[in-house]
Write a protein that binds this ligand. Sequence first.
Ligand SMILES: Cc1cc2nc3c(=O)[nH]c(=O)nc-3n(C[C@H](O)[C@H](O)[C@H](O)COP(=O)(O)O)c2cc1C
Length: 210
Amino acid sequence: MDLMAMNKLTYGLFVLTARMNGKDNGCIINTVQQVTVEPNRITVAVNKANYTHDMICEAKKFNVSILSEKADFEIFKRFGFQSGRNTDKFANWTGYETAPNGISYITQGTNAYLSANVVEQKDLGSHTLFIAEVIDLQVLDAAPSVTYSYYHSHIKPKPQEKQALAEEAKGQSVWRCEICGYEYVGEELPADYICPVCKHPASDFVRVEK
Ligand SMILES: Cc1cc2nc3c(=O)[nH]c(=O)nc-3n(C[C@H](O)[C@H](O)[C@H](O)COP(=O)(O)O)c2cc1C
């Protein structure tokens, strides 16, 4: 058995947004699939540690912004490296608009967005699988959709760029996963936090001084 085979699967990358108690939030995910055409349904798998997960459980609706090759690392940092539990990811930022369902969608580095209503959800242990019906959709740009492999080869910073980013993050509290290096930005790491990349628990994170 060669687990590396799993790395041969291909994925797109998306910002999944939701709104709860008047607050917008979103996270990066790679797990959006169209599963049926009539009705037009998609599935989205979200880690239970994500605040966006809790918001969708509550509101039962969300938007998916489909990231394009124009997306820069700033978008991944904003939506994928910090949690809306302790920050407002939309504060002082103009890269979004509000869809007719009242939820934000991303306009920067995005080629289309979908609005969907949850019709069913399945507890998968670490994640919840949401099955949702697409109720609205718009194409925003002609740039190709980004793939996970394009993100790794063209968008994710190379080691020397990482050093520069570490300098930029000085003064912020960062928790680093000792297993895979994933960094969580926030004063406190939630006790039940699970690394979104390698799935190790909060006990495998160390606070790093920036
Ligand atoms: C490239 C990339 C891909 C990711 N894919 C997923 C994913 O498929 N599912 C998921 O639940 N989290 C995924 N994440 C992690 C979440 O985006 C991240 O934990 C985010 O900070 C959660 O924010 P929230 O707590 O505000 O919802 C990914 C992050 C990155 C950078």
